[in-house]
Design a protein around this ligand. Structure first.
Ligand SMILES: [Zn+2]
Length: 137
């Protein structure tokens, strides 16, 4: 897609620090990393977000992410790895080409995902039941 920075990386118009590539998937280092070793895994085909991505691509992509996470753990001394992914402006997506973030965590970094949960709001059982009906099968 025109003017998509990730499509330009796929096309080789913008260089990247490539970690993995096959026919469908590309993984590369984020040049503005949250932590050293921050990797982005993307489908080579342009899909905006989780709502658009083809199931087959998503399945292949998550397996590639798993392999990279394993390498982060065994070869990069990461005690843990976070995977996260944003969809839509309200979710703070900034590049509108599906991408999955992998963050190798070594402790003592400045990331604090647990803050999300510490600041979680209490919700009553009726509301939980209502949401379950909407989101459940
Ligand atoms: Zn794109």
């Amino acid at each position: 897609m025109e003017n998509c920075i990730f499509c330009k990386i796929v096309a080789g118009e913008i260089p990247c620090y490539k970690i993995f590539e096959n026919e469908k998937i590309l993984a590369f280092l984020d040049i503005n990393p949250a932590v050293p070793g921050h990797v982005l895994v993307i489908p080579k085909k342009h899909f905006t977000d989780i709502f658009e991505i083809d199931d087959q691509y998503l399945q292949e992509l998550i397996v590639v992410a798993k392999r990279i996470a394993e390498k982060m753990k065994t070869n990069f001394d990461a005690g843990g790895v976070n995977l996260f992914q944003s969809n839509g402006e309200n979710a703070e997506q900034t590049v509108f080409h599906f991408h999955l973030h992998l963050l190798p965590r070594k402790g003592n970094d400045r990331i604090n995902f647990s803050e999300l949960l510490v600041n979680a709001e209490k919700i009553d059982n009726m509301k939980l039941e209502e949401i379950k009906k909407i989101l459940g099968e």
